[in-house]
Design a protein around this ligand. Structure first.
Ligand code: SDX
Length: 377
């Protein structure tokens, strides 16, 4: 019985439209749109900061607006000293997503305008969070290497600065191009679980840091953004290419999920996969990437033949990030660095929609329980 009479349960909220959005559309037939732009028209033609601007300002910037936005992001990349110290003090055994979840929450303690919830203040806050998340990721990685984190350079784009701060050396043009494409492809994706978590938090009129913290905790799961790290675990476990067939058939025979495959919405191939597969192919001049790519192609064939499903965003994203020199425990933090622009956009849209997201439920427990005082139990 549900709270308001009999209701049909939709397990996993599959295909349930919880609210309207104008930010992105995930077409089950295999297309993705950001504010009406097909991502195929964006990837390779714009830089990541243009997508972040599009998501929070609802239009693509002109050159002057982009230059101003890029400079604003770079100036906001700075972290409060207490956050830097806290990152450095985190035990090395902690997963980077735990650190990211904690430190984004801590950022809220240093927002001097926290009580200003005007649209202007939220937009400024959104820009600052977009800018600071990559700095947390870079600072954590550098601190674990016992290396300093370089300060961002004004002559670099925001995304290039992120990779520069993460690796400690200026990225090549190839690496920078790959990173822009990777971040653009990860920026937003309808009401995926982490975005929906952000919206549920925002729907109570809670603050943006709480909404983003909810999202980070949700993205981390291996059924969602945590999959890319599991893909690399699988590729490492398989070892030599000739072991692919036996390994993957074994997973499927035991009804195990192959990480990086399947999707709740897409009935065809995830439209982001062709871009990522293409990026990996271009990176195959690196022997390790070629070896990984050959294994991926074999896995794709087996899984599609057995289950009729396709690789999702995370499958080739894992190999792409590996080629950029990103340790696999930082794959989901890299995902977060981009998806945070979608989360803050959805948070502001939810503030506009101003309705509490509170579903019903079907009670299947007992009735008529008789109370017995504790001294009689
Ligand atoms: C992301 O929602 C988003 O938009 C997410 C995302 C985004 O940009 O935000 O796209 C990013 O999270 C991508 C997904 C990353 N996760 C993984 O790669 C983990 C592995 N994938 C699965 O766990 C699964 O495909 C999900 C979670 C992605 C989707 O799960 P569903 O929609 O609940 O599908 P299901 O588990 O009910 O599976 C349906 C059928 C089943 O077959 P039967 O048991 O009915 O025979 O498809 C099979 C499943 O066994 N199946 C898989 C599989 N995924 C689905 N079989 C083997 N391996 C898989 N990965």
């Amino acid at each position: 019985m549900s709270e308001k009479g009999e209701r049909e349960i939709v397990r996993g909220l599959r295909d349930v439209a919880a609210a309207e959005t104008s930010i992105s559309y995930v077409d089950p037939k295999g297309s993705l749109y950001y504010l009406g732009y097909n991502i195929d028209d964006l990837v390779g033609n714009i830089i990541y900061a243009e997508v972040a601007y599009l998501l929070i300002h609802k239009k693509l910037p002109n050159q002057r607006e982009l230059d101003t936005f890029n400079a604003e992001l770079i100036s906001e990349m700075k972290l409060p000293e207490a956050v830097i110290e806290s990152i450095r003090a985190t035990p090395k055994r902690c997963h980077p997503m735990d650190v990211l979840r904690t430190e984004v929450s801590r950022l809220g303690e240093y927002d001097l305008d926290a009580n200003d919830r005007s649209k202007e203040a939220d937009l400024k806050r959104a820009t600052r969070i977009i800018a600071q998340v990559p700095t947390i990721v870079a600072t954590l990685h550098r601190s674990r290497m016992d290396e300093p984190t370089p300060s961002p350079r004004e002559d670099f784009s925001f995304a290039k600065n992120f990779l520069y701060m993460f690796k400690g050396t200026p990225p090549s043009n190839e690496e920078t191009d790959v990173l822009h494409r990777l971040l653009i492809l990860h920026a937003d994706h309808g009401f995926n679980a982490s975005t929906f978590a952000a919206r549920v938090t925002a729907s109570t009129n809670s603050d943006m840091y709480s909404a983003v913290t909810s999202a980070i905790g949700t993205l981390r799961g291996p059924l969602h953004g945590g999959a890319s790290e599991k893909v690399m675990d699988m590729l490492d476990d398989i070892g030599q290419e000739e072991h692919v067939e036996e390994y993957v058939q074994g997973l499927l025979d035991n009804r195990k999920k192959v990480m990086g495959f399947g999707h709740r919405v897409y009935l065809a191939e995830d439209p982001r996969t062709k871009h990522l597969r293409g990026m990996v192919e271009k990176l195959c001049h690196r022997k390790r990437t070629m070896d990984l790519y050959r294994k991926c192609i074999k896995i794709e064939g087996i899984v599609h033949e057995r289950k009729g499903i396709y690789p999702n965003l995370d499958f080739y994203a894992a190999v792409t990030m590996d080629a950029l020199g990103v340790p696999k425990e930082f794959f989901t933090p890299f995902f977060t660095t981009s998806r945070v622009s979608g989360w803050v956009a959805h948070t502001m849209e939810q503030y506009e929609d101003a309705v509490l997201l509170r579903p019903s439920s079907k009670y299947v427990g007992t009735f008529g329980s008789t109370f017995v005082p504790i001294d009689k139990r």
